[in-house]
Ligand binder design. Structure first.
Ligand code: PEP
Ligand code: MN
Length: 264
């Protein structure tokens, strides 16, 4: 088998620059609500992000939910709202796409496209994404091995794409106290095996607010290049992931703690 494009080569370390934040070279934070709910919501989030010197906003417009009866996201309208807020505030925008058909519109409007855990092995989607210039964040599948995760990243890198970031979001195990099992050791292992920047999502494995800061610290200690974290003006009344999103009024403090930790 020929050498994989993701493979670590001591002379090569990929740096992905998003709005001046150089993932792979400096510690970066991406933050925002689980889902786009309204323009007012995103403007409120954007102000807090700017106050905390966070330059990239996440928010999902397409939500792959467990059943079709849960909120499915604002879809194309959500993409347009996120794009407007990005333009008005100077924040870079980041969102999940769940199908090939969404790429055309989203790639024009949104800076960074995310492949969620449930689509990590949607290889046709990954192949379609290697044809757009937008940076892509690939999350690991719920029940995928680290090798399968890296193998999936190869579909993005094929054909010369280089601006790919891996995001570790934990895996499904028998443990029920947490939403997912974080398996922090995946971080140094990934960094051993690939030159791509490796970030982590503390929100989804933690599943509840109290665990987000300790898990963020653990990810930082394990050597992540950045974090993608959920924050919302009023998590209890949000349209999903109500327990884990950091209330906006606590966000600045969270960023301070994590950045201080990253400097150590
Ligand atoms: C998300 O980041 O919005 C999300 C749904 O996470 P995951 O794909 O990791 O479940
Ligand atoms: Mn979420």
């Amino acid at each position: 088998m020929s050498e994989m494009l993701y493979s670590k080569n001591p002379t090569k370390k990929t740096i992905v620059n998003i709005n001046g934040v150089k993932f792979g070279q400096e510690f970066g934070i991406i933050a925002g609500p689980c889902a786009v709910e309204s323009k007012e919501q995103l403007i409120e989030v954007a102000k807090t992000l700017l106050d905390s010197d966070v330059k990239i906003m996440r928010a999902s417009a397409y939500k792959p939910r467990t059943t079709p009866y849960s909120f499915q996201g604002m879809e194309e309208e959500g993409i347009d709202i996120l794009s407007e807020v990005g333009k008005e505030t100077g924040l870079a925008t980041e969102t999940e796409i769940t199908s090939i058909e969404q790429i055309k519109h989203a790639s024009k409007k949104i800076d960074v496209l995310r492949v969620g855990a449930r689509n990590m092995q949607n290889f046709e989607l990954l192949k379609a994404l290697n044809k757009v210039d937008n940076p892509v964040i690939l999350k690991n599948g719920l029940a995928s091995t680290i090798d399968e995760f890296l193998g999936a990243s190869e579909y993005l890198l094929q054909g010369g794409k280089t601006n790919v970031i891996l995001c570790w979001r934990g895996i499904r195990t028998y443990e029920t106290q947490t939403r997912f099992t974080a398996d922090v050791l995946a971080i140094p292992i990934l960094k051993e095996l690939t030159h791509l920047p490796v970030i982590a999502d503390p929100s989804h494995p933690a599943g509840r607010l109290e665990l987000v800061t300790p898990l963020s610290k653990a990810f930082v200690a394990a050597g992540v290049d950045g974090l993608i974290v959920e924050t919302h003006p009023d998590p209890k009344n949000s349209k999903g992931d109500t327990l884990q999103q950091i209330p906006l009024k606590e966000f600045e403090k969270y960023v301070q703690i994590v950045r201080n930790y990253a400097k150590k």
